[in-house]
Ligand binder design. Structure first.
Ligand code: PAF
Length: 283
């Protein structure tokens, strides 16, 4: 595997390749990321991964400095997956000047759910992803469904800018007890780790209530959301949101769309101790 930090050198290596398949990451790779590498391999060749902890998407009180950086371990994992190039720019490589041009996603997608609790997050994500696309110029790029809203926002960005990149979604990989794999799981104490699968369990209960109990009006949905939040809170979590939304645009469903059988997704973010976890479940 070639490890490249310089944009020009990356372009030189990829010259003439028009089927590259790209997986952007922030490193600290786990089985979830590796499954995205395998998916990337099915959709193009060569597979290019990136590792870059993107300062622009972290808020002032977030974990940019303490975000786990495990480059040597990550390199070994990517080598085992047969990744052709690892693009691992430094901040100076990717942002040689302050990044003043930014991609601002629309308010109705970028400032809800994660965007409400992490202001500027999706602006930082879209800006770096557009820049990484411009460096790698892939034919396809793979994003995990664990970051459901991110996936949707990047898809819309690619569409609205007519980027020549197909965005491929990868399924969430879970531990045996149901906890979605995430680099931030490493922050959990052993007691918190034992509690963490409750987040997915509560989403399954919500899905059960929506499907089996036939909750098909907005009032019933909002009661289910509130009940789920208070159940989590009673177990010691600090929920930011549990929201039942339309899969198509993440907007709250209307009574008409519910009756029309609109596909839904339940999204959640909640803090357990100091660790903020997110998860989702399609209905
Ligand atoms: O999902 C992530 O790891 C990051 O948000 C991404 C897409 C690599 C952009 O920094």
């Amino acid at each position: 595997m070639k490890i490249i930090s310089d944009i020009q050198e990356l372009r030189d290596h990829l010259r003439g390749q028009n089927r590259a398949s790209f997986v952007p990451t922030m490193g600290n790779l786990h089985e979830g990321h590796l499954s995205l590498m395998r998916l990337a391999r099915q959709h193009g060749d060569p597979v290019v991964a990136s590792i870059f902890v993107n300062r622009l998407q972290f808020g002032p009180n977030e974990d940019f400095d303490s975000y786990p950086r495990t480059m040597q371990d990550d390199i070994e994992k990517l080598e085992r997956e047969g990744v052709y190039i690892l693009f691992a720019p430094t901040e100076r490589d990717l942002y040689p000047q302050p990044q003043e041009y930014r991609v601002d996603p629309p308010h109705q997608l970028g400032d809800i759910l994660e965007g409400e609790f992490r202001p500027g997050f999706f602006k930082g994500v879209c800006t770096v992803v557009l820049k990484l696309f411009s460096c790698v110029q892939p034919k396809v790029a793979v994003f995990g469904k664990k970051d459901y809203q991110q996936l949707m926002i990047i898809r819309q960005m690619a569409k609205q800018f007519a980027l020549p990149v197909d965005i491929i979604p990868g399924e969430t990989i879970r531990a045996e007890d149901g906890l979605a794999l995430s680099s931030r799981n490493g922050y959990l104490s052993s007691q918190e780790r034992a509690e963490a699968p409750e987040l997915q369990k509560i989403l399954q209960q919500v899905r059960h209530q929506v499907l089996d109990l036939g909750a098909r009006n907005t009032q019933a949905l909002s009661e289910i959301e509130k009940l789920a939040e208070s159940t989590l809170a009673k177990r010691g979590w600090e929920p930011d949101y549990i929201a039942i939304r339309q899969q198509s645009d993440l907007a709250p469903p209307s009574n008409e769309s519910l009756q029309g059988g609109e596909p839904l997704v339940i999204l959640t973010a909640a803090k357990l101790g100091k660790t903020r976890l997110i998860d989702n479940l399609e209905i």
